[in-house]
Design a protein. Structure first.
Length: 343
């Protein structure tokens, strides 16, 4: 781990939050080997004084062993091999659950849309069903900004709901995220559970999977191979982005300070750029240039149809959260961390 990444994790782990709420508690993080879930484990494990136990859940034990080698033997860390689409058969009281298990790779939207939907909808149902009989105190669902659908160019506030055409394969992701959010608030109302929802913007950072074909991961792979960045479009889509450590910090703010049955946008208001600008920034860091290539039909099937997606972050800022640093610095940190782990 680079010193810069460690410092970023420690800053997030020592933010002014009511950490005492976690003392003596069991915290389950699903999707722990994914981009967001893994970073959340990293942040929590920086709190060496924390008297809580982290249960990192995922489907692939060997991937988890590599990802969490630094913590594997720690007394307050435990890996739980678990597929959220299946019923959870453990007998552990998970006092806090953060559900970050979801197929967020565009290739999966085209090749396994049924699996994408099951992970979102079945996952929430299985975890909340388990939690209501196992001392669950608070649940945070990691949804997506794609739940907003298409807007008219305005910044998305949490009470906005745009258009999603449900009769398309690409809708497997936003439609199932919407349904999962509704499942959350229904469990909260019907069974008296405490549930909050996070809606992350486009998240970037190190430790993305080998199969992750989101644009930023593809761009970083290009520069790591000393190649020019290959874009499959003109890159005019305008997006809110957020560094994964900032996202993990936001999730902890929601977990410890968020309100019940309430969604929160997670985005860096200073990182609203086009995909072309993202590519050019990564290319500049890597000393390469950007070229345009024609996408295949399968690649097109995974593309988002949303042209502009920026987020209003007023609600989460009321909880005391804010991002730290600028996007170029954090992309450089990301590339350095990826390079270290490729050695």
């Amino acid at each position: 781990m680079t010193e810069a990444y460690r410092i970023a994790l420690q800053q997030a782990a020592h933010t002014d939050l009511p950490w005492h709420l976690l003392e003596g508690k069991n915290i389950l993080i699903t999707g722990a080997t994914g981009l967001i879930g893994g970073c959340l484990v990293d942040v929590l494990m920086q709190r060496s004084e924390g008297a809580f136990t982290i249960y990192a859940a995922g489907r692939n034990k060997e991937r988890a062993r590599r990802r969490f080698a630094a913590y594997w033997e720690a007394d307050n860390f435990c890996f739980l091999q678990f597929d959220v689409t299946k019923e959870l058969t453990a007998d552990i009281d998970f006092h806090y659950i953060i559900d970050a298990a979801s197929g967020a790779s565009p290739s999966a939207y085209a090749t396994d849309p049924v699996g994408v939907m099951k992970a979102n909808i079945y996952g929430v149902d299985n975890l909340l069903s388990y939690g209501k009989s196992h001392q669950l105190q608070r649940f945070v669902y990691v949804s997506s900004g794609e739940a907003y659908g298409e807007g008219k160019g305005q910044a998305f506030t949490e009470d906005f709901s745009g258009y999603v055409n449900p009769a398309t394969v690409r809708a497997c992701y936003p439609s199932s995220k919407r349904a999962a959010e509704t499942m959350c608030v229904c469990y909260a109302q019907q069974y008296g559970l405490d549930v909050s929802i996070a809606r992350p913007s486009h998240i970037y950072g190190p430790y993305f999977s080998e199969s992750d074909n989101r644009v930023y991961a593809q761009f970083i792979r290009n520069v790591m191979r000393n190649e020019d960045i290959v874009m499959k479009s003109t890159g005019e889509q305008f997006r809110s982005w957020c560094f994964v450590v900032d996202c993990a910090s936001a999730l902890l703010h929601i977990l410890l300070k968020g309100e019940n049955m309430t969604p929160y946008n997670v985005a860096d208001p200073d990182s609203n750029i086009t995909i072309r600008e993202l590519a050019e920034t990564i290319a500049e860091i890597g000393g390469r240039k950007v070229v345009i290539d024609v996408p295949s039909n399968e690649e097109k099937a995974g593309f988002s149809v949303i042209k502009k997606a920026v987020f209003d972050t007023s609600r989460i800022e009321i909880l005391g959260w804010k991002s730290i640093g600028n996007i170029k610095e954090k992309l450089k940190l990301t590339i350095e961390e990826v390079a270290l782990n490729c050695l």
